[in-house]
Design a protein around this ligand. Structure first.
Ligand SMILES: *[C@@H]1O[C@H](CO)[C@@H](O)[C@H](O)[C@H]1NC(C)=O
Ligand SMILES: *[C@@H]1O[C@H](CO)[C@@H](O)[C@H](O)[C@H]1NC(C)=O
Ligand SMILES: [Cu+2]
Length: 726
């Protein structure tokens, strides 16, 4: 056989159909226009080019790797929400430098200060951009500052942050420096050697300390835990258990070395490596390759680098060092009226909470808030084409700031692709009993915007998936490496029943500690306008009291939440509700208020005591759903400065103000949760676990919005045959 790479190229080509979808939504009168017949035979360049991605013309819209090669130095903003360009960041850096002169400073965040919502909503393509401003979070002389820099004028306005506890997220430079701190201490080296590890092979990683009281006040600290890197890339499986080095992040001074667990052996390296290159046994591959191909290019366009248009959707997409991905101005086309309709002004992952359930000294503090402590976007690396995202994906870069304010490009941070996985959008077959056989089915195609954050051991895949029927599905997938605890046990038969392991014995000398994962989403829904209400569509048992042979039925009771506390929702299977965000000022033809509902999933609820410091700091996990009054400065549900925060600037605190939320600009918050009791399959690398919630139209459209989508037709889809064996 020649050229393995193109043998059996299996094409699922649906662009013709999507072209039709597009046609239906945007040019209803041209419904009858026939899509072009696609040519894709064994000899077509699509089938025979070994690397079809690299082989294509450099054109941003059609070439997925252009982002990689694109020179960002000449970028200019086109939209009020476009992220800062390299040029703009360079200007801001000059201002920062002149501000601090000879003082040592570090920039923790340098991002666009988004214009006020009214300004963005009024703006139309072709208008001048509102003044471009940067929001800078910096530290100097032991203090944290936030200021706004007018990029044109260089004018600086400083914000008062004195009332907020905690610190901005750590910089990559903080982390790169602090990991060497333990090695300056000979007593540390001695402790490592006493555990049988050559200090040359030890790697120490910085873990946020959280806040438990005085010990975590007054200075920025980090707790380093060390691993033996010998013999495996998966050093997380070789913890030097019980050694914790506490370091001051500003001075790099070692504050304390905790050395417990001397009797605990270092787990062995064998069987822990996950790299293909380290695999000695044969690897499994499906004999017939599968890929998603779109020879005519995708059906979406990315206008001016950030404005995505696909089928009936349009939204602004950008990377953010803290949130990861920000979706703004999500609007959907209504084929009945021919108008674009507002659905969501802004959506992003606001905070994470990952508490480990082990109260011992080397573990109790592990209760990470990954967005506010490390930067969910800062920790995301380039996506791996073909395996992180399918072949038909295109990529978008991020421009982030280094600790001195210098901009740099994080390439291929976001990917965007159309998904067709053989699912059905709607269908019906009518049986011949009624005298006529009807068979109607429509394929389901969606658009996915994806980023992956790798927070030390764990990987979080975040998907924003847009469907032509108006649904937005937000999916979180967990994978990567479970952080483990060293133990002297090699078999469960050594453990007496009384003893608390705080987890599962995953392998010899390795315990996977029980923990939770929560991701809280900020969802500024603006259904057909900014004034919306939150309706608890409560489902209740109702009795007929003898008026029917039926004893009981289920009744819908709608309750409009008047204030924030009425919208603090704890889910319950036996006291269920639907949760609608409606525009009470806009009704459908038959008189229902137009709306979207949040459909919960990933419903793990925190079992920690509400007054437990980690729970207080991540109090956004006290409820699954919250609704607050829109407030531009309330976006980070774990607090603006989450690092070592005390929990007084959280979603719980804001919501407890109990402000009115009826028929106003409101923000919906959803907390997606997972309990994780590790199992042996999670060793040494965890298979993906996913869950996600939906934002689904309810009485938003007059009728099924995908009724007029055309089905697939065999002859419109190209057929690729496997190349003949040579
Ligand atoms: C500790 O060990 C490391 C690695 O061998 C070495 O570079 C460092 O100098 C040692 N530190 C001290 C204080 O001896
Ligand atoms: C807006 O949020 C900030 C920060 O939480 C708060 O200080 C301010 O009082 C809020 N404004 C209103 C009107 O709620
Ligand atoms: Cu987990």
């Amino acid at each position: 056989m020649e050229g393995k790479s193109f043998v059996g190229c299996l094409f699922f080509i649906f662009s013709a159909v999507l072209l039709l979808i597009f046609t239906v939504y945007h040019v209803p009168n041209e419904l009858s226009r026939k899509p072009e017949l696609l040519e894709c035979t064994t000899n077509s360049p699509w089938c025979i080019s070994k690397n079809r991605i690299l082989g294509k013309k450099p054109n941003f819209i059609h070439d997925p790797t252009t982002a990689l090669r694109h020179d960002h130095t000449t970028d200019v903003p086109h939209h009020p929400l476009d992220p800062l360009t390299i040029k703009e960041m360079n200007n801001v850096q000059k201002v920062i430098k002149s501000l601090y002169k000879d003082t040592v400073y570090s920039v923790h965040s340098l991002v666009l200060e988004e214009p006020d919502k009214e300004v963005v909503l009024k703006w139309k393509k072709g208008d001048d951009l509102p003044p471009r401003k940067a929001s800078v979070t910096a530290r100097a002389s032991g203090k944290s500052y936030i200021f706004t820099v007018d990029i044109e004028t260089g004018e600086v306005v400083q914000q008062d942050t004195s009332h907020i506890s905690g610190y901005p997220y750590v910089t990559l430079e903080d982390m790169q420096t602090v990991i060497w701190a333990p090695f300056s201490r000979s007593d540390f080296n001695r402790s490592i050697i006493a555990r049988g590890v050559d200090p040359k092979n030890a790697a120490c990683l910085p873990f946020s300390s959280g806040w438990f009281g005085e010990a975590e006040e007054g200075r920025r600290i980090v707790k380093l835990e060390c691993f033996n890197t010998e013999g495996t890339a998966n050093f997380y499986m070789r913890p030097i258990e019980g050694i914790i080095v506490i370091v001051d992040l500003d001075t790099n001074e070692v504050i304390e070395i905790v050395d417990k667990g001397k009797h605990i052996p270092i787990p062995k390296a064998a069987g822990t490596d996950y790299r293909l290159s380290a695999e000695n046994s044969p690897v499994f591959k499906l004999p017939n390759p599968i890929s998603m191909e779109q020879p005519n290019g995708p059906n979406f366009v990315i206008e001016d680098r950030h404005l995505v248009k696909w089928a009936n959707w349009e939204f602004h997409l950008k990377a953010d060092p803290r949130a990861g991905v920000i979706i703004s101005r999500a609007r959907v086309h209504d084929s009945e009226t021919g108008k674009m309709r507002n659905v969501m002004y802004k959506g992003f992952s606001s905070e994470l909470f990952v508490p480990y359930m082990d109260p011992e000294e080397a573990w109790y503090f592990k209760s990470y808030m990954d967005a506010g402590e490390y930067g969910f976007g800062l920790q995301s690396l380039a996506l791996e084409p073909l395996n992180d995202c399918p072949r038909n994906a295109q990529y978008m870069d991020a421009i982030f700031s280094a600790a001195d304010g210098t901009p740099y490009v994080r390439s291929n941070m976001i990917c965007l692709f159309e998904r067709y996985s053989g699912d059905v959008a709607w269908r019906h077959t009518e049986s011949p009993i009624v005298g006529k056989e009807i068979r109607e089915a429509r394929p389901k195609v969606s658009l996915v915007a994806r980023m992956v954050a790798s927070l030390a051991n764990y990987d979080y895949v975040i998907d924003w998936e847009f469907h032509a029927d108006g649904l937005i599905h937000v999916k979180v997938s967990l994978t990567g490496i479970v952080i483990v605890k060293g133990t002297s046990y090699v078999n469960m038969n050594q453990v007496n029943g009384e003893e608390e392991l705080y987890g599962t014995l995953l392998s010899e000398n390795i315990i996977g500690v029980v923990h939770d994962h929560y991701v809280n989403f900020y969802l500024d829904m603006d259904i057909d306008g900014i004034d919306n209400s939150f309706v608890n569509v409560h489902l209740q048992r109702e009795y007929t009291n003898g008026k029917s042979p039926r004893k009981s039925y289920m009744k819908v009771n709608k309750e409009v939440a008047k204030t924030e506390k009425e919208a603090q929702i704890k889910l319950s299977l036996y006291n269920p509700s639907e949760f609608h965000v409606v525009n009470p000022n806009k009704k459908t033809k038959v008189g229902n208020p137009v709306g979207y509902k949040v459909v919960p999933a990933g419903t793990a609820a925190s079992l920690l005591d509400p007054e437990d410091p980690p729970q207080k700091r991540s109090a956004f996990t006290n409820n699954q759903i919250w609704v607050t009054q829109y407030n531009k400065s309330e976006q980070w549900s774990g607090g603006l400065f989450a690092y070592q925060s005390h929990g007084e600037d959280t979603l719980q605190v804001w919501s407890d103000r109990d402000r009115p939320i009826e028929n106003r600009d409101i923000v919906l918050w959803y907390t997606l949760g997972f309990h994780h009791v590790p199992c042996q399959e999670d060793f040494p690398m965890m298979p993906v676990v996913s869950s996600g919630f939906d934002l689904k139209p309810v009485n938003f459209f007059e009728r099924n919005p995908v009724l007029r989508v055309a089905p697939y037709v065999e002859k419109e889809l190209p057929v690729c045959k496997a190349a003949a064996s040579a």
